[in-house]
Design a protein around this ligand. Structure first.
Ligand code: 5AD
Ligand code: SF4
Length: 426
């Protein structure tokens, strides 16, 4: 989401006559797009701002964008006096005006209002990847998970009209993009604000029907709003990738309730059973938080047991990080840092064994990959399967750059915990 925001900001600036330079040192205007989902990401911003100012900041104009900007607001001007623009993502539609103020000599320009029902749409997105394109379908979040800063930094939920999302997808297909990734904090609660009134499963299906689009992915899903129609859509349309990221956060009902996640373990497992009984072999991945306030050893063991039960294809795991404004801040019974580290390591070790086993099951199969890169030192191509696995492969055709962006069948010959190895099928 954050990376795509940068693409949109760059596109907007370029359309106004700015030029992107190759290095921050060569720039006159330096914009930092920031993340505040966990504390580490936030600390990094201030460190980099200081360091860059010392080394190469002379005479440059600095701006801070994104969630740290939204969260810290004008305090950023005190902490980093060389910054003269602070704007959160809900204000990006006003960026061109803010830049005019900066050019007119403005010293403390801000865009901090969350009071918007618009999404940030721009026809001028500058995309980083020549084959896969992101499309935002919904911004903000109306949930209030006790650990999460997003509702405070990205504001209330607002969906884009289906016509505008479809137009963007069609345009991308015409430009030669073959993979589309639909983005939103909670794509499952997408609701078309215009008369067709499409829900997420309908939008997903329609995007998958656009000629030229070979792969559609989406992220991220909230289990509470994840309906069976999404699984049915995946079953019916091969262009929809057989991968669902369904963040669970914890396997303990007590912790899920304290997190205000709005589902129980059983309700979550019902969604997993829909995915597992689909006709297609749908890969399932998740996010886990360890060390949420009050998480006991017994709660934590339930998370480990959930990993065994679901057998995820991959997961992201995090130590709970206290965030400003969130409900969890006031909760007692904090878990010590060393204990969080121990639990994180246990999750990762358990998952590593599961992944190795899951990936081994793929050995001998033939999978279609989108060729995304080349590992020169290994003499291998880097491909991605529909299930979102990395599949490194050799190709008798040799080192022809034109392979990039193509779809090829690859036979899997070996499996590691994090990727597969294979050879292309001629
Ligand atoms: N501490 C740790 N992890 C967090 N996440 C969100 N907020 C926090 C936090 N305060 C994780 C969740 C979410 C993912 C994007 O980041 O697992 O699904
Ligand atoms: Fe944060 Fe919960 Fe919204 Fe996801 S659903 S962005 S975790 S508040």
């Amino acid at each position: 989401m954050n990376a795509h925001d940068s693409e949109k900001v760059i596109g907007t600036l370029v359309s106004k006559g700015y030029t992107q330079v190759d290095t921050p040192e060569a720039a006159e205007l330096v914009l930092y797009n920031t993340c505040s989902i966990r504390d580490k990401a936030e600390q990094k911003v201030f460190h980099r701002l200081q360091q860059f100012k010392r080394e190469a900041g002379k005479g440059k104009v600095f701006g801070v964008l994104g969630c740290v900007a939204q969260q810290e607001g004008e305090k950023i001007f005190e902490k980093a006096p060389h910054v003269s623009l602070v704007a959160g993502s809900a204000s990006y539609t006003k960026l061109p005006e803010m830049l005019v103020q900066l050019e007119a000599g403005g010293r403390r320009v801000t865009g901090l209002s969350l009071d918007t029902d618009e999404t940030f749409e721009t026809p001028f997105t500058r995309r980083d990847n020549p084959h896969r394109a992101y499309i935002t379908i919904i911004e903000g979040c109306d949930k209030s998970c006790a650990y999460c800063v997003v509702p405070f930094t990205r504001g209330p939920e607002r969906s884009r009209t289906s016509a505008s999302a479809m137009d963007e997808a069609r345009r991308l297909a015409e430009e030669g993009y073959t993979e589309i990734q639909l983005l939103g904090q909670n794509v499952n609660s997408y609701r078309d604000p215009s008369p067709p009134g499409w829900d997420f499963a309908t939008l997903l299906t329609r995007i998958g029907e656009i000629p030229g689009i070979r792969r559609v992915r989406f992220t991220t899903s909230h289990p509470r709003d994840f309906v069976k129609a999404i699984v049915e859509a995946i079953d019916e349309n091969p262009a929809l990738c057989n991968h669902v990221h369904l963040p669970v956060q914890s396997g303990s009902n007590r912790v899920l309730a304290a997190m205000d996640r709005l589902y129980t373990r059983d309700e979550y497992m019902r969604r997993i059973s829909w995915l597992k009984s689909a006709r297609r072999n749908i890969a399932i991945t998740t996010d886990i938080i360890v060390g949420f306030p009050g998480e006991t050893e017994a709660d934590f063991n339930e998370t480990l047991a959930l990993l065994d039960e679901v057998q995820y294809d991959s997961l992201f795991s995090f130590k709970y990080s206290p965030r400003p404004n969130t409900a969890a801040l006031a909760m007692g019974d904090k878990i010590p840092e060393e204990e969080k580290t121990r639990r994180l390591t246990m999750v990762q070790e358990r998952q590593r064994a599961i992944q190795l086993r899951r990936n081994s099951e793929a050995v001998g199969t033939v999978q279609e990959v989108l060729v995304e890169g080349r590992n020169q030192s290994l003499g291998q191509w880097i491909g991605r399967t529909s299930q979102n696995r990395t599949l490194n492969f050799s190709h008798a055709g040799g080192n022809d750059e034109r392979l990039l962006g193509q779809y090829l069948d690859v036979r899997v010959t070996r499996a590691g915990p994090n990727s597969l190895v294979g050879e292309s099928v001629m």
